[in-house]
Write a protein that binds this ligand. Structure first.
Ligand SMILES: C[S@@+](CC[C@H](N)C(=O)[O-])C[C@H]1O[C@@H](n2cnc3c(N)ncnc32)[C@H](O)[C@@H]1O
Length: 255
């Protein structure tokens, strides 16, 4: 990644955390908490943001280090989520990781990294012998992804502020094979990937996207398109286990 792109992304995060004092608690967190027995484990949370998940794991007995390069994220984490089992460090993970861990977690962060595979390789080298990596990332292999990627890839529509990669489970399957790690994965947030939540999201998002693209698309056309998706696509995509808007991936060392 070019230097100025990295600085630009960091500024976006600083601004986001400052403005909204953004603290997330999502279904991803609940799913991640269920993946392991945390007591006594050493955990690195890469891109910990405001520290909520790191705090939840620390409360469950894990010894957690949260790292993030956003000053405002780390300041918020320190003031809101302190715990004897928990420490934070402001660091750019592409420049420095230290220590060995039972679990390395990275929630909604890999897609913002310049070189996701190189980063995963680095994570692997910081695992203890029976360690694992837990990742979540938006999944674009669903109607949400197809629609937004069509606009982005074919018409340069601005879709997200900070994502550098639009990943699907195929990326993680390939990377796990290359790294000789065992992969378990699933997706969550099916309604967002191709159900009611997607229709509601697109209803407010598409007019803004078209405005940014300086394209005059009538609201009536958008409504007809969404009606068609809702009636003819959603009933089918709801049946697919793999179509959730968020992918959860566990990469473990083979025993
Ligand atoms: C979408 S946010 C997710 C935050 C948190 N994991 C959560 O789920 O709420 C991505 C986070 O990754 C951090 N980040 C991105 N690139 C990073 C890097 N190279 N080094 C450290 N942190 C990074 C950002 O500052 C931001 O806090």
């Amino acid at each position: 990644m070019k230097m100025n792109q990295n600085i630009k992304l960091k500024k976006i995060y600083d601004k986001t955390f400052k403005k909204k004092n953004r603290v997330r608690e999502t279904d991803e967190f609940k799913e991640v908490l269920k993946i392991d027995q945390w007591t006594g484990k050493t955990i690195l949370d890469v891109g910990c943001g405001t520290g909520k998940l790191a705090y939840m794991i620390a409360k469950k007995g894990g010894k957690v280090k949260g790292i993030d390069y956003s000053t405002t994220a780390i300041e918020t984490a320190l003031s809101k989520y302190s715990h004897p089992n928990l420490s934070y460090e402001k660091v750019d993970v592409s420049k420095k990781i230290s220590g060995k861990y039972d679990v390395i977690i990275s929630i909604g962060t890999l897609e913002h990294m310049d070189q996701p595979y190189t980063m995963l390789k680095k994570f692997k080298s910081h695992l203890k012998p029976r360690g694992k990596i837990i990742l979540t990332s938006p999944n674009w292999a669903n109607p949400r992804g197809f629609i937004l990627m069509t606009l982005w890839a074919l018409f340069d529509a601005p879709i997200t502020l900070a994502d550098l990669h639009y990943l699907t489970p195929v990326d993680f399957i390939k990377w796990a094979e290359q790294l000789e790690l065992k992969l378990n994965w699933k997706t969550i947030e099916h309604s967002w990937g191709g159900g009611d939540k997607l229709i509601a999201d697109l209803k407010q998002r598409l007019p803004k996207v078209f405005k940014d693209m300086k394209m005059n698309v009538k609201q009536q056309k958008i409504d007809l398109f969404l009606k068609w998706i809702n009636q003819r696509v959603v009933p089918i995509t709801q049946l697919s286990e793999e179509g959730g808007a968020i992918g959860i991936y566990v990469l473990s060392k083979r025993k």
